[in-house]
Design a protein around this ligand. Structure first.
Ligand code: ADP
Length: 274
């Protein structure tokens, strides 16, 4: 399923004295089957964009197409449930949302809530536990008796159990050690590759963006300022080591970008903050 943001603007607390503009004229195409990384400073608008991808937020201006469903200001909340089922979001520190008595019940909760028969929900949970590299014995345990890394995997299984067509990942490796990070990132890549799962990764890590994504979108001050092929955007791998964004190799991209935004690319440096 593809997602298309056209001219999206968003203000928090609109029409109040606390109004805060978070997005301006964001145009972003997430093609079906792609792996898109969204990168940018804290406060650049990444989380706000992410919440538009499954209609948790509705744009103040412009439109968001999620598959064939058009989301715009004033659209009624009814049947957004179906959109949310099709686009799964793994929020930061998703283990904080675990709540049920056992891992099995926790993973089955979403599907059961959406009317998936019990037998099928259980089949999905059992399969996912194996796929995510958890021992089968965890199913009967309380999620709160697991290690941090295992809890994260259980929470991810809960999102995957809904069988989303688009998987959105918000800093999914925050707080994990380097090995845990790599394992989780490799796992998402494998899901993307084997199931052609449309994947959107919000990250601070240029390395992850360059390694896994086939498209990169850069957010800056509420605008999506560059989208393209990572190779075109990052000038070379050695320079990724210091996490600073080099000007695109392509002069055309750089010129287009500077004309469109009035921002000089050399003024943007994305610093690893995590
Ligand atoms: P990022 O995810 O890149 O850190 P956000 O999308 O969270 O950026 O934030 C974009 C802008 O919107 C920031 O200026 C932020 O302060 C503001 N913002 C985010 N959430 C809220 C909110 N709930 N109420 C008011 N302003 C917000």
């Amino acid at each position: 399923m593809e997602i298309l943001l056209e001219g999206v603007g968003y203000s928090y607390a609109e029409d109040t004295p606390f109004e805060k503009r978070a997005l301006t004229d964001v145009n972003l195409h997430i093609p079906s089957g792609s792996y898109t990384a969204i990168i940018g400073h804290t406060g650049s608008g990444k989380s706000t964009v992410l919440q538009h991808l499954n209609a948790l937020l509705k744009p103040t201006e412009g439109t968001v197409m999620i598959g064939d469903r058009k989301i715009e200001a004033g659209v009624k909340a009814k049947d957004l449930r179906n959109v949310r089922r099709r686009v799964g979001i793994v929020f930061q520190f998703p283990e904080q949302q675990l709540f049920d008595e056992t891992v099995l019940k926790d993973i089955m909760f979403g599907p059961l809530n959406f009317g998936v028969p019990e037998e099928e929900a259980e089949r999905r949970a059992r399969e996912l536990v194996v796929q995510l590299g958890l021992p089968e014995g965890v199913l009967e345990k309380s999620p709160f008796d697991l290690s941090g890394g295992q809890m994260r995997r259980v929470a991810i299984a809960g999102v995957l159990a809904m069988e989303p067509e688009v998987l959105v990942l918000d800093e999914p490796t925050a707080g994990l050690d380097p090995r845990g990070r790599r394992e989780i990132m490799d796992l998402f890549y494998e899901l993307h590759r084997s199931k052609n799962l449309t994947t959107v990764l919000v990250t601070h890590s240029m390395e992850d963006a360059a390694k896994y994504a086939d498209r990169v979108a850069i957010m800056h001050k509420g605008r999506c300022v560059v989208t393209g092929d990572p190779e075109e955007i990052f000038s070379n791998e050695e320079q990724l080591g210091d996490y600073s964004l080099q000007a695109p190799r392509s002069v055309r991209l750089q010129r287009d970008f500077e004309e469109r935004t009035g921002v000089k690319l050399s003024d943007i440096s994305l610093t690893e903050e995590a």
